[in-house]
Write a protein that binds this ligand. Structure first.
Ligand SMILES: [Cu+2]
Length: 157
């Protein structure tokens, strides 16, 4: 008998664990609540920004966002074979999420620590940057950063 070709439960659970990675008491980091979202954000005006995760590069290499503006950041792993992730704790601590959508799943969480995308998968991150700086992001899959999988997210005031 054929098994349904859905995400395996284990995989989905692992993904949800990663994306719902609420802060767990690091120094100076409070338990996040939805109150972290700046007031008066008009999600109707959210700007869509796309970033591709390829073998082994982020395209574009740099994305520019502005503080206190709403964005839909669409991350797509276009690789047929490789898992890629997007890592930088400073960046993830400098934005507040409204929600993340992955396929039919909507995750409501103000904070995330990293995102891992399986081959040919996509996630939409609804977020508001709250702290300006230039953040160096990278893929932490072994070897990928060395092969150039680094990028920048510039958050401007
Ligand atoms: Cu990678």
């Amino acid at each position: 008998m054929n098994r349904p070709r859905l995400f395996s439960a284990g995989r989905l659970a692992a993904l949800l664990l990663i994306i719902s990675g609420l802060a767990r008491g690091e120094a100076g980091h409070e338990t996040p609540t939805l109150d972290w979202m700046p007031e008066g954000i008009d999600w109707e005006k959210a700007e869509t920004v796309s970033m591709l995760l390829e073998d082994h590069v982020f395209t574009p290499e740099e994305v520019v966002l502005k503080v206190n503006r709403p964005y839909k950041l669409v991350l797509t792993n276009v690789s047929d074979r490789a898992t890629h992730d997007l890592v930088d704790l400073e960046f993830f601590h400098s934005v507040v999420f409204k929600q993340i959508t992955i396929g039919g799943v909507v995750v409501n969480t103000p904070h995330v620590h990293s995102l891992e995308l399986k081959p040919n998968s996509s996630a939409s991150l609804y977020l508001v940057p709250i702290k300006s700086a230039e953040y160096e992001i990278y893929c932490s899959v072994p070897g990928h950063r060395d092969e150039g999988m680094e990028g920048y997210i510039l958050i401007e005031n």
